[in-house]
Design a protein around this ligand. Structure first.
Ligand code: TRP
Length: 472
């Protein structure tokens, strides 16, 4: 029997870059701006930030603590805490497979746009004679192309993850995250100088508190639920992703500080991404609430018909490159969760994890699960397959099971286990050395894990079920 020497982060800074890389992704660049714009702008932002403070921060710390304490991904970790909690771990792994499969389809689409704009820099008539909307719809109903791009995206993700934690993920994010920062700032500066751009900022930030009122067609409950769902997805919480990353942390790192930095960095990037997307959309008189097609159709329109020529192609390429980098640093964290299951098993059996074959098998399974998402063209008519589970597109269906049900339930049970099962002791033990806030007896954490997080999660799950029509 050979003892396994566990891979770990080279430094805490490397971990932070990777964790922020996991958090910053399509959720920030694509989801956040339009959800904020639709749900009252500043009025949404206030709730979002407040939720981070009272829920996100605690769930983040909870995951990091459980991860580092047990040194395992969700299945191994919950099993180690108690056999009876194992199911929560499995729920996390299932979410991982579902999210990664549709995330890879979306990531593949980003790659297609990135390549197209790259080509158009040299071949000026590449987009001539086709509208942004038909470029998009022709692409997404082309099943083979969708699958090939999804495959490519997953292949890159797999190669990075197979190289390991410090040599693969950490090394990649150390280059990717600064690059992302530079690109983001450069594009913000460019976009803000376009005419009318200021309208985009107004749309995003102007607090429309009227959305809270029952008489508006949105209402406080919807804003709260949207903000909460967005927060969990954007911070990579609720399925053991941060737990897995935390399992590679050394004992001397300050977990409270990390749990604070990750959400702050993620929110800053989300707001900055909004400052690219919304001003661009307003400068070229497009619809800010286009929803999912915003990132593809609307911005394509901006680059091709708004900016035009080489500038448009170049900025377009840079923009999709940025989105691509953000998506890859997130997908590697999702794949790491799926793989943690095998690593944990090996560790339990004291087996050396030499073979890479199980990792490849996992990526193939993800690809297979993603095929229906790629083939139904995000639910658009004329796609290769037209069967839709319960009337949802496959992407929405996977999203509903994971983000809608498994993840909020996972977060609820985790906080109950920490708060009531362990009486928050598990937190106290792990953070004692580097306690950031000398709050007497950890009162803040006690209240968070015992009361605030569970109540908020129950409200969210209730609103979610109501949305699906499961309860009235
Ligand atoms: N947070 C990423 C984004 O905003 C996506 C992501 C990565 C994720 N890992 C996750 C979402 C785990 C939920 C759970 O795009």
């Amino acid at each position: 029997m050979e003892d396994v020497k566990k891979d770990s982060w080279g430094s805490n800074f490397g971990f932070l870059l990777a964790a922020v890389g996991s958090a910053v992704g399509l959720g920030n660049i694509w989801g956040f701006p339009y959800k904020m714009g639709r749900n009252g702008g500043g009025a949404f932002l206030i709730i979002y930030l407040f939720l981070i403070l009272i829920v996100g921060f605690a769930v983040m710390l909870g995951e990091l603590v459980i991860g580092r304490k047990t040194g395992m991904g969700p299945v191994g970790a919950y099993k180690k805490l108690s056999k009876k909690y194992a199911a929560i771990g499995y729920m996390g792994i299932i979410s991982g497979f579902l999210i990664l499969s549709f995330y890879s389809v979306l990531g593949g689409m980003v790659m297609k746009y990135m390549f197209s704009f790259f080509i158009s820099m040299f071949s000026q008539d590449y987009f001539v004679g086709i509208t942004s909307a038909s470029f998009f719809s022709n692409f997404i109903i082309n099943g083979w192309e969708m699958i090939v791009y999804c495959f490519l995206f997953l292949l890159i993700t797999t190669i990075i993850v197979m190289r390991g934690i410090s040599k693969g993920i950490e090394k990649f994010t150390k280059i990717a995250m600064p690059a992302l920062g530079v690109l983001l700032v450069a594009i913000i500066l460019f976009v803000l100088f376009q005419e009318n751009a200021i309208e985009g900022l107004k749309f995003m930030f102007k607090p429309a508190f009227s959305v809270y009122s029952a008489s508006s067609d949105i209402g406080f409950f919807t804003v709260l639920k949207t903000a909460a769902g967005q927060m969990f997805f954007s911070l990579s919480l609720g399925m053991g992703c941060m737990m897995t990353y935390g399992s590679f942390l050394k004992k001397d790192t300050n977990l409270e500080k990390n749990a604070l930095i990750i959400p702050i960095a993620d929110s800053i990037v989300a707001i900055m991404a909004g400052m690219v997307v919304m001003p661009a959309v307003f400068a070229y008189h497009l619809e800010p609430s286009a929803g999912p097609s915003l990132l593809f159709v609307s911005l394509h329109e901006v680059f091709v018909n708004g900016m035009t020529g080489f500038t448009g192609s170049f900025i377009g390429f840079m923009f999709y490159l940025l989105v691509f980098i953000a998506a890859i640093t997130s997908s590697i964290s999702l794949l790491e969760v799926c793989i943690s299951y095998i690593n944990d098993k090996n560790e339990e059996n004291h087996k050396h994890k030499g073979s890479k074959i199980p990792q490849i098998v996992i990526s193939i399974i993800v690809l297979v699960i993603g095929i229906p998402v790629a083939l139904d063209g995000l639910g658009s008519p004329g796609a290769t397959i037209s069967f839709q589970p319960f009337g949802y597109s496959w992407l929405d269906f996977y999203d509903l099971i994971s983000e809608g049900i498994l993840m909020p339930v996972g977060a609820l049970v985790m906080s109950l286990i920490i708060g009531w099962g362990f009486k928050t002791k598990i937190i106290k033990e792990e953070v004692e050395d580097g306690q950031l806030f000398k709050l007497k007896g950890f009162i803040f954490w006690d209240i968070c894990f015992k009361i605030i997080v569970p109540i908020t999660m129950i409200i969210i799950i209730f609103a979610q079920l109501q949305d699906f029509g499961i309860i009235k």
